[in-house]
Design a protein around this ligand. Structure first.
Ligand SMILES: Cc1cc2nc3c(=O)[nH]c(=O)nc-3n(C[C@H](O)[C@H](O)[C@H](O)COP(=O)(O)O)c2cc1C
Length: 180
């Protein structure tokens, strides 16, 4: 049975969380198990860059990443949802990604699938979610993951603005259902 992990880069009960729950519900109706991880609500130490994980394959920190890594290892598909922050991914998500480094040498992420979603307030090209999306796919590239789908939502400033784009949300759910 296919397994997915949804990694949500925002800790507010906002647009990303709305979308994450929608995706989880849709996948569950198709008997695809998915966990939602919100790194910002967890205890995750910031990577010190010691590089010990390159040789040991594990990190010395004992925190919520132990469980997160097990979930990532067991998943076929990682669905990243980031709020666009300064044209980048959120800090919470970057902290999470850095702590996945123990999986780099083991090549555990290789050939896993990624679905990349960025949500921002802007509609302008300048500060839109393009670059946040690009950060996600850059991560996929360096981890040798396959990017199955990229999607961005603009015009989402307030916590529930995404609800004004219900048609686009439904289309995204259909696409995700089709490819998984
Ligand atoms: C520190 C900060 C920086 C932001 N930078 C951008 C940006 O560069 N471009 C953009 O479109 N929206 C930006 N936003 C707006 C958020 O992306 C937007 O509110 C989004 O809906 C947040 O998603 P959430 O509801 O899941 O938290 C920023 C928000 C914060 C708090």
């Amino acid at each position: 049975m296919a397994k997915t992990v949804i990694i949500l880069g925002s800790r507010r009960e906002g647009n990303g969380q709305y979308l994450a729950n929608k995706i989880k519900d849709r996948l569950e109706s198709k008997r695809i198990i998915s966990d939602i991880i919100i790194p910002g609500n967890q205890k995750i130490y910031i990577c010190t860059g010691c590089m010990d994980c390159d040789t040991k394959g594990v990190c010395d920190f004992k925190d919520d990443m132990i469980d997160n890594i097990k979930k990532v290892e067991n998943a076929d598909t990682l669905i990243f949802i980031t709020p666009t922050r300064w044209n980048l991914i959120s800090g919470d998500l970057k902290i999470f990604m850095d702590r996945l480094n123990p999986l780099y040498t083991k090549e555990t992420l290789k050939n896993k699938n990624m679905i990349a979603i960025a949500i921002g307030s802007s509609c302008k090209d300048e500060y839109s979610s393009d670059k946040a999306l690009k950060s996600l796919t850059n991560f996929a590239e360096s981890a040798s993951m396959n990017v199955l789908l990229e999607e961005k939502f603009n015009n989402c400033l307030k916590f529930d603005d995404i609800k004004k784009q219900e048609e686009k949300v439904e289309k995204l759910l259909d696409k995700i259902e089709k490819i998984l």
